[in-house]
Ligand binder design. Structure first.
Ligand code: PA5
Length: 446
C-alpha cells in the first residue's frame, strides 16, 4: 500500500511555518461535509470512482487483436486522453520501443515535425491507431485522426478501418458517429468520466493490455486504495489528508505552488499527469494550486536551490519508491581516492534513496514544508493506487475550494478563437475578433 508521510508539514517538525495538530482537528467538520458529497455521489463526474469495478474483457479482446496484427500502436489524443497513457507506459514499460512489440507512439501535440518523424519510423500497414477523445470534437485529435485516416485508407485500401479503434463517449460525439458509420472497433469512456480522470478507463487500460500489463492489477490497486480511504476521519484517510494539508498550506501560509518531485525516471510522466489533473481541476474562480513537475535526483542540480532559499510559496511533494526492481552496485575502483571510494560497495538505489531523504531533511531544516508518498514498488498494482489516490484527492480538494473540479471553462475561449481562425461554421465573430486583435498587436513591436 502506498504511504503518506506528512511529518514535514507539521510545526512540531519544521517550526512556525508548519501546521498544528489543532488546525487539522478543527478542519474535521469541513472534511465530513465534503466526504458526504463524495459518498453520496452528488456530482455525476464522480463516476470515475466506479472505474475499478469495470469489466475488462472487451479491452483485453481488442488488445489481443492489436498485439497479433500490429507492429506499432499509435495513440492520438491530448490532455487527459494522452497524459495518463504516457504515465502508464513510462512507469511500467520504460524504453519500451527499444525492446518490445508492438512499439507505442503517443501523438498529442499537433507539431507537424513530430508526426513526420513518427510516420517516417512506422509502417502504417502494420499499425493500429487508437484515437482517444471523450468529446469527439477536440481539434488537435480530430486533425491527426483525419490525417491518419486518409493515409491508412490510401495505403491499405480495403479493410483499412479495421485498424482503427475509437475510445470515446458511449453515445454521442463525432467519433461515435464515425464508429457507427464505418464500423470501427470502439471502447467507451463511461458517461460522467472526465478526460483527466479517465486513465483507469479504456483510455489507459487498452494501452496497458497492449504492452502486456494486466489491467486488472491496476484496478485492484485502485480498489484497495479506495477501501483504505473511505473513512471520513481525516487522520485515517491519506487522500483527505493530502488535499487538506495542501489546501491549508495555501490558506494559512500562502503556499500556492506544489512541486511534485518523483525519484524515478519512469514516474516523471506521472508527475506531468498529476500536474494536468491538479491545474485544470483546481485553477478557477481566482483560486487554485499551481503544480510543477520535477524529477529527482536530477532537479536537485537544477531546482532545489529555489525550493530551499527562494520565495516561501511552495510545498514539495516527494514520490519515492522502496524497490526499483533492479539495482547496480558501485564497484570498488579508485580505492586510494577518498573523494570517490566512499561510494564503493553501495548501490545506485541506495544513493537515490539517500539523496531523496537528504533533500526532505534539508527542506525541513530550512522550515520548508514537504510531504512524502512512498510507493513500495513501481508496478501495475501500485500505479493503480497512485492514479486513484490523486484523482480522489483532486476532487476532494476541489470541493474544499468550493469550485467545480471537473470543468475547464477557462480553456473555451482559446478554442473558440481557434475555431474562428480555422473557419469553423458559427465562429465567424471570433474570426473578426482575431483580426481586430492583430491590428492592436502589430503596433508594439521591435
Ligand atoms: O480533462 C479534460 O477534460 C481535458 O483535458 C480533456 O482530456 C482534453 O481537452 C481532451 O478532450 P477530449 O478527450 O474530449 O478530446
Amino acid at each position: 500500500m502506498i504511504e503518506l508521510n506528512f511529518s514535514n508539514m507539521m510545526e512540531e517538525v519544521i517550526g512556525v511555518r508548519g501546521l498544528s495538530k489543532r488546525i487539522l482537528e478543527d478542519f474535521q467538520g469541513k472534511v465530513i461535509d465534503v466526504h458526504g458529497q463524495i459518498r453520496d455521489r452528488l456530482w455525476p463526474e464522480l463516476a470515475f470512482i466506479d472505474l475499478p469495478s469495470q469489466d475488462t474483457s472487451e479491452i483485453k479482446k481488442i488488445a489481443q487483436e492489436v498485439r497479433e496484427e500490429s507492429e506499432n500502436f499509435l495513440i492520438l489524443g491530448i490532455g487527459g486522453s494522452a497524459l495518463g497513457p504516457k504515465a502508464l507506459l513510462e512507469a511500467l514499460s520504460p524504453f519500451h520501443n527499444f525492446t518490445k512489440s508492438p512499439k507505442v507512439f503517443i501523438y498529442d501535440n499537433v507539431d507537424p515535425r513530430t508526426l513526420k518523424h513518427i510516420l517516417s519510423l512506422i509502417d502504417l500497414k502494420k499499425t493500429s491507431v487508437n484515437v482517444i477523445s471523450k468529446s469527439g470534437s477536440t481539434a488537435e485529435t480530430a486533425a491527426s485522426f483525419m490525417i491518419l485516416w486518409d493515409g491508412m485508407r490510401e495505403l491499405l485500401k480495403r479493410r483499412f478501418s479495421k485498424r482503427f479503434i475509437a475510445t470515446t463517449d458511449p453515445e454521442k460525439g463525432n467519433l461515435r458517429t464515425i464508429v457507427g458509420r464505418e464500423g470501427l472497433k470502439s471502447l467507451p469512456i463511461p458517461r460522467g468520466v472526465v478526460g483527466r480522470y479517465s486513465v483507469l478507463s479504456p483510455v489507459g487500460l487498452l494501452l496497458a493490455e497492449v504492452i502486456g500489463i494486466d489491467s486488472d492489477e491496476l484496478l485492484i490497486g485502485a480498489k484497495d486504495i479506495q477501501k483504505r480511504c473511505s473513512n471520513s476521519e481525516l487522520w485515517k484517510n491519506p487522500i483527505y489528508l493530502f488535499g487538506t494539508l495542501l489546501y491549508l498550506m495555501d490558506k494559512k501560509e500562502g503556499r500556492t505552488i506544489n512541486v511534485m518531485v518523483a525519484y524515478a525516471d519512469g514516474l516523471k510522466p506521472l508527475s506531468e499527469w498529476f500536474c494536468q489533473l491538479w491545474a485544470e481541476s483546481l485553477g478557477k474562480q481566482e483560486v487554485g494550486l499551481t503544480p510543477y513537475p520535477s524529477v529527482g535526483v536530477t532537479d536537485q542540480h537544477s531546482q532545489l536551490q529555489l525550493w530551499i532559499e527562494g520565495p516561501q510559496d511552495k510545498v514539495v511533494i516527494f514520490i519515492r519508491t522502496n524497490d526499483y526492481g533492479v539495482d547496480i552496485k558501485i564497484p570498488n575502483v579508485f580505492k586510494d581516492m577518498e573523494g570517490l571510494s566512499y561510494l564503493s560497495g553501495h548501490t545506485l538505489s541506495e544513493l537515490m534513496k539517500a539523496e531523496e531523504e537528504a533533500t526532505e531533511i534539508a527542506l525541513a531544516k530550512a522550515g520548508r514544508p514537504n510531504i512524502t508518498i512512498t510507493v513500495p514498488k513501481i508496478d501495475a498494482y501500485h500505479m493503480g493506487q497512485l492514479f486513484h489516490f490523486f484523482e480522489l484527492s483532486t476532487a476532494f480538494t476541489g470541493f474544499l475550494y468550493e469550485i467545480n473540479p471537473f470543468n475547464q471553462p477557462g480553456v473555451e475561449e482559446g478554442k473558440n478563437l481557434t475555431y474562428g481562425m480555422m473557419g469553423k461554421k458559427g465562429f465567424e465573430k471570433k474570426r473578426k475578433e482575431v483580426e481586430e486583435y492583430r491590428k492592436k498587436r502589430s503596433r508594439w513591436r521591435v
